[in-house]
Every structure is written in C-alpha cells, then in structure tokens.
Design a protein. Structure first.
Lengths: 147, 404
C-alpha cells in the first residue's frame, strides 16, 4: 500500500509524542482502541481552566502508520482550540487532510474518539473537583489511564 | 556493498536463479514449439525439454517422471488434488481431513466441497504449530477419503510430521495429499519414504519462474486417481488439459535440479543466517516472541512478534527491507493472521508479528543491517506506544477493559 506524503511525514516526524501528568486536574486523558484490534491511542490535553483553551496536547499510539499520523495530526489541531472547537474536529476532516484510503478511515474515527474521551475526562475531573469544593481535582485520571 | 531494498520475503516468492533463466531463454524464441505437436522437430524438441524438466522435478522428491502433472502453480495443484480426489472417490466416502493452518488454496477448496455435501474435519494445532497425531487418528472414519496436511507452513515455517501422517493414512487406506510448496527444495522430501500420495509444488518458491507448478500423483503402491478440473485436449494423461508452458517447465526443472544438488550446503548456510538474525534481535530487544516451534522449522523462516509494536507501522519504518506481517492492517480482510491465532498467539501479538523469509541470495551483511533497522524502529515505536508504557508501569494489558 502506498502512503500519502502527509501520513509519511507524520509517521517519520510525529508531532507531540509524549505524556502529560495524568493526575493533573487540568489534564484530560483519552485512551481508546484495543490491542487485539491493532490500534490503541492515548491522547492528552492540558486545558487552561480560566479560558477553556487547550494549551498543550500529547499522544502515544500503538497502531499502523495511519493511526500514528491521525493522532499526531489531532494533537497539532487541538493546540490553541477551545474545548467547544476541539469537539467539532471530525474524523472526516482528519481522513481528508491525510488522504486516508477507505480501509484506514477507522484510524481517523479512533482519533476523533480519543479527542472526545480526553475532553470528557477533563470535564469529569473539573466537575468532581468542583463537587469536592476544591475547584480543581487531583483524583480522577485513573480510569482512563488504566482503562 | 548493500543493495536496497533488501529482499527477505522468500516465502512469498523467490527471484529466478540466473542459471534457471539461462536454461529457459531459448524456449521463448528458437525452440518455441508446442510439446503436443507430434509430427515436426519443433514439437519434438519441446517435448524432450518438457520430459527433462519433468524428470528433474520428480528427482527432487523421489518420484518418477510419469507421476508429475504440470499445472499453473500450487493453487491449481491443491485444487486438482482435493477436488480430483473428492470426485474420484465419492463412492467410497465424503469425509476430508485437513488442518486449520493450511494455505487458503486448501481451506477454500475444502469449504467449497462442504457446499457440495462433503464433510471436512479441521484439525487444530498445538502452540508449536504442529498437529497432534492422535487427533488425526481419531478423526479418520470409514468415510474418510483424503487427508491433506501441508508440509511446511507458509507463515511460521513449522514442519508437520509428514512421514508419520503418511504412515497413518496408508495404514487406514486413505489418500494423503501434502501441499509441499514451502518444503520441497528446502528440506529432504521423499514421496515413497513419507508415504505421500499427492504433493503440490510451485516453481517460484524455489528460484524458478511464476506461473508453473506441479502435482505429484502416485502411480503405484497404491495407484491414486484424480478427476481433472480442467478439460480439453487430454494433456498430462488427461488430468490437466492445456498447452504446456515449455519455458516454465524447463525453468522449474532446472530450479529443482539446483535445489536437489545444493540443498545440503545451502540449508546450512541459510540456517546460520536465520540463527544470526534471531540471535541479533533477541540480543537487542526484550519482549519478542518467536511464533511456532523453532526446532521443527525450515531453515529459512523466522516469525517474530515484537510486543507493543504494530506490525504495519514496523514495516513502514523498515521500508528498505521487504518482509511481511501478520497484522490485520497488511491484509485485505482487516483480520490478523488466522495461522497465528490458531497457534494461540493472542490477537495483540499477531498484530505485532513479522515474517522473515531468508533465501539463496541473502548475505550476512544484509542480516546485520536488518537487525540494526528493526532494533531502531521497534525502539522508536515502543517509545511512542501507550501499551509499552502501561506494561512498564506493571499494568496487565489482558485485564484492562479496553474501549473498543
């Protein structure tokens, strides 16, 4: 199978590989996919609670080149976006940007799922933190990271 | 000097040996006759060349030339053997025994026969990839007309106990077919010593040309009959009609002759390369698993899973090396290798598997390069693998509830 130049570029020089502290209340972690399906993505966002803007995003992916490229691209797009804008990122846009062939569309779907899961985790932590009266919570995070 | 890309996928196909090509060339031009033309020199020349090739192929497996039916390749040979026996022995019974790890040419042929009233038993394999002979003995009934078990698996390279299977089938009066594509020319194969009745062979897996194969059909002790699947001019004693591929057969014969003459020396050399590859990978990387028995394996195969790294992304990283993967992403079906699954390799490790197929033209220098490249890429991909992180944290990946 021939890969598009953009997939190759992200595969060879992935952006934002790494991890953010998952216990940090301003960090949301999404872990989606399954090893037996051949794809697992961990995507993390660090949000400025005051502005609701994503300051930083990191990923780690087990999967094919298209899965790596989809998550790499997702982290690039996430930085500087508000949570609302981030939730508007659709898999079709990722697939189009990377010129993914039909058999690789699921990679972009997984990236969209990872974005949603990370933001959900962040919101849950914030809600729990508020409920605990601390403003920001330190507890959450565990579920996604060990999910 | 290394030449790129390095070819290490010799189970898929092999390059034509220059000596084979040289033998073939005249049969495209000056000696282009049809081997079935009985009344002029062009035909006689072609027929003589075909008979020489047939003898060379027969000699590789201890058969006689009359027992070699030329086909277009091993897929056709498998079809002819299985469908041919099914039709010819229908009166005797309707039961066929095969193995879950067979090539699709065997499995899909059996599946088609199931639609036509045949019953098929698919024997399981053990963790090492081999069948349990007691399972085979138990599976044979008075309705069994055929046992078909491959000699060497095309993915993991394990060698089935063909001689023992042949003995069991012979004792029970059941025809025994083996798809010997990955074994013939690589390891000793004697159809009489192993009690094989039918054997599929392919030229392009032994440094011959693509588009030509053979089916060995036993002529005595006992005589085995197969009904043709291609009808026409009655070529190949009525078992396979169609004008013979003369240059292909000449090349196949030459390739078989070279394998027979050089096997003893070549297999030692290739085994040393394989062992060097295996040792190099194990020295540099942790958490790697050889799939299937290393002991009962052809010298040229190594099938390894690199845990926490997905196979296709690994292939992408070692783009200057041609190998193949059992990962779903490299198949059209999006399912990981059914062979590895049958061995009990989890789907996760099946996705992480790479098949190295060494061959006649590989060198030590190439092996060393491959070890270096695979080490680099696996290390890089593990650094970006969430699974590797979790495993290092001590999380049992099998117990995690994944969000599929």
């Amino acid at each position: 199978m021939a890969y598009s130049d953009k997939v190759l570029d992200h595969y060879n020089a992935p952006r934002n590989v790494g991890a953010l502290p998952k216990d940090d209340a301003t960090v949301g972690t999404g872990l989606v996919g399954a090893p037996e399906c051949g794809d697992v993505m961990k995507l993390q966002v660090k949000v400025n609670p005051a502005t609701g803007v994503i300051d930083d995003a990191k990923f780690k992916t087990f999967g094919c080149g298209s899965a790596i490229a989809s998550s790499s691209l997702a982290t690039e797009w996430l930085k500087g976006k508000t949570l609302e804008q981030a939730l508007e990122i659709k898999n079709s846009a990722i697939a189009e940007e990377l010129s993914l062939p039909p058999v690789k569309i699921h990679c972009s779907v997984l990236a969209e799922d990872a974005i949603k899961a990370a933001i959900e985790d962040y919101k849950r932590k914030q809600a729990e933190g508020n409920a605990n009266g601390k403003g920001t919570a330190a507890a959450a995070g565990e579920k996604a990271a060990t999910a | 000097m290394l030449k790129f890309p390095i070819y290490m996928d010799n189970h898929a196909t092999t390059p034509v040996d220059p000596r084979v090509l040289e033998a073939m060339l005249p049969f495209f031009t000056e000696r282009f006759g049809n081997a079935a033309s009985r009344n002029h020199a062009f035909g006689w020349q072609a027929e003589e060349a075909v008979e020489t090739g047939r003898k060379q192929i027969a000699d590789l497996i201890g058969a006689s030339a009359k027992e070699i039916v030329i086909t277009s390749g091993a897929t056709e040979s498998d079809n002819l053997a299985i469908k041919g026996v099914a039709e010819m022995y229908r009166e005797k019974g309707n039961h066929i025994i095969t193995v879950v790890t067979e090539h699709k040419a065997v499995l899909d042929t059996c599946k088609r026969l199931e639609k036509h009233g045949f019953e098929v038993t698919y024997l399981r394999v053990r963790r090492d990839g081999l069948i349990d002979l007691d399972d085979l003995k138990r599976a044979i009934t008075d309705k069994t007309i055929l046992v078909t078990v491959m000699m060497v698996n095309n993915e993991v390279g394990v060698i089935q106990p063909i001689a023992e299977i042949g003995r069991i089938a012979r004792d029970r009066g059941v025809v025994f077919h083996t798809d010997a594509v990955q074994g013939a020319g690589k390891i000793p194969f004697d159809v009489n010593g192993f009690n094989v009745d039918l054997a599929s062979l392919s030229a392009h897996k032994m440094y011959g040309p693509k588009g030509v194969g053979a089916l060995y059909v036993r002529r005595k002790n006992p005589r085995v009959l197969v009904a043709p699947i291609i009808d026409g001019g009655g070529h190949e004693r009525g078992m396979r009609s169609g004008t013979l591929n003369v240059p292909g057969i000449v090349g196949f014969g030459k390739a078989a002759e070279i394998c027979r003459q050089e096997m003893a020396v070549e297999s030692v050399r290739i085994r040393a390369l394989r062992d060097r590859l295996n040792a190099g990978l194990h020295a540099n990387l942790d958490e790697i698993h050889v799939n299937g028995s290393l002991e009962h394996r052809v010298p040229n195969n190594l099938n390894v899973s690199f845990a926490y790294v997905e196979g296709e992304s690994l292939l992408m990283g070692i783009s200057d090396v041609a190998v193949s993967s059992g990962s779903a992403c490299t198949s059209a079906s999006l399912e990981p290798s059914y062979v590895l699954k049958a061995l009990g390799t989890g789907d996760d490790l099946a996705h992480s598997s790479i098949r190295f197929g060494l061959g006649r033209f590989n060198t030590e220098e190439e092996v060393d390069h491959v070890v270096r490249r695979v080490t680099e890429v696996v290390t890089r991909l593990r650094e970006m693998s969430p699974l590797y992180d979790l495993a290092k944290e001590g999380v049992d990946l099998k117990k995690v509830e994944w969000q599929k």
